[in-house]
Write a protein that binds this ligand. Structure first.
Ligand code: NAD
Ligand code: DAU
Length: 334
């Protein structure tokens, strides 16, 4: 079986490809545009793996998507613009990749009559924000996205639903809460706070720091995506979450504690516009139908993550210095 993984040079996609190559016999094509968030170094040790091929390109390129789709059985679509703050500054790249790109892939999948499934990787942010006493999000909750990022993801989810309803395309949608772990680009809360702590720089906490996220270690999410691909019911939506709600200040405090640093580094800054207050996921359906559950505790996950950033200083120093942009221009052409 051959799988097209899109966005495989990003944070979750690269962890997913690693999991696939380690635990399955599938052949993999990784289609990635290498945007600022895509880093070929994330898979450097697997570049010459006999069952792995990298193609640089955009998912919105219909002729490229069409030619790749002729070769593959299933698709797992991770490719996206993924950062909420960037979407607030400029929404159009989010519409191009997350909405248009997903539809191009769905069209190519249909035209090539692929035999497998189309897994679309989405997010809890499509449900909007919870109040302090609300129950966790369920798959049949209304879509109430609040940021341009989450609006683009909700739109792509709806195009996936339409492909299932209109054309009977075997689409499975997954929605996951906040991931953390190795290879996460240091614009997101946890890697940013780890790197700033290591550099003794201020830790910018938005607003009052009381916003709640449901944290999941990236490997748990990747196992969920794999289960959705292998066992998911066409047309179904599966929520994944870490069953681990934490306020942002608790997360930052855990990082500082692990590094033996003082909370004096914390600096409260202007809040994110439209900042969602709380996310939490009810993953009961995935547990029942896919036999999935999160396995890594927050304590273990944060220890492994902090240690990874300590041991892989060169990886993030290249990113924050801009050096890796030159690296991939030389390796892959621009
Ligand atoms: P990321 O930003 O680290 O990686 C995105 C990858 O997609 C990069 O390698 C980038 O080069 C590639 N890409 C971007 N635009 C592309 C295009 N037009 N064509 C081809 N490739 C393109 O993102 P991530 O955190 O790994 O997230 C992956 C997916 O999981 C996204 O769809 C995101 O919405 C979803 N998700 C993320 C989280 C999280 O906490 N990070 C949680 C739930 C869902
Ligand atoms: O919930 C899933 C989503 O999680 C994914 O769909 C997104 O792709 C991913 O980026 C993430 O979105 P968030 O906006 O929740 O993640 P982020 O790491 O940007 O922020 C987490 C929380 O921390 C949020 O409440 C904002 C806050 N924050 C973030 C940054 C970058 C700060 O207080 N300071 C910061 O510097």
């Amino acid at each position: 079986m051959k799988i097209l993984v899109t966005g495989g040079c990003g944070f979750i996609g690269s962890n997913f490809i690693r999991l696939l190559l380690e635990t399955r016999d599938y052949e993999i094509i990784n289609l990635d545009a290498l945007t600022y968030a895509g880093n070929p170094e994330n898979l450097k040790d697997l570049e010459n793996h006999p069952r792995y091929r990298f193609i640089r390109g955009r998912i919105e390129d219909s002729s490229l998507a069409g030619s790749i789709m002729k070769e593959v059985d299933s698709v797992v679509n991770f490719a996206a613009e993924s950062h909420v703050d960037r979407s607030i500054l400029k929404a159009s790249p989010f519409i191009a990749t997350n909405v248009m790109g997903t539809q191009v892939l769905l069209d190519a999948f249909r035209q090539c009559e692929c035999r497998g499934v189309f897994v679309h990787v989405s997010t809890d942010e499509v449900y909007g924000s919870l109040g302090p006493d609300d129950p966790p999000f369920r798959e049949d909750d209304p879509l109430l996205p609040n940021s341009p990022y989450s609006a683009s993801k909700a739109s792509s989810d709806l195009f996936c639903r339409a492909a299932w309803k209109t054309f009977g395309l075997p689409v499975v949608i997954t929605r996951c809460s906040n991931n953390y772990g190795p290879f996460q680009f240091p614009e997101k809360l946890i890697p940013l706070m780890i790197i700033n702590s290591l550099e003794k720089r201020p830790l910018p906490v938005y607003g009052d720091g009381q916003n709640v996220r449901d944290w999941i270690f990236v490997e748990d999410h990747c196992r969920g995506c794999l289960a959705a691909m292998e066992k998911g019911r066409p047309g179904a939506i599966y929520n994944f979450g870490g069953q681990c709600e934490k306020k942002n200040l608790e997360v930052v405090g855990a990082i500082l504690k692990k590094l033996g640093l003082s909370r004096d580094l914390i600096q409260f800054v202007k809040d994110r516009p439209g900042h969602d207050r709380r996310y939490a996921m009810d993953a009961g359906l995935a547990m029942k139908e896919l036999g999935w559950r999160p396995e890594v505790s927050f304590g273990d996950g944060i220890d492994r993550t902090v240690e990874w950033y300590i041991e892989n200083r060169q990886w993030w120093e290249r990113i924050i210095s801009g050096e890796y942009l030159d690296y991939y221009r030389t390796q892959y052409g621009q």
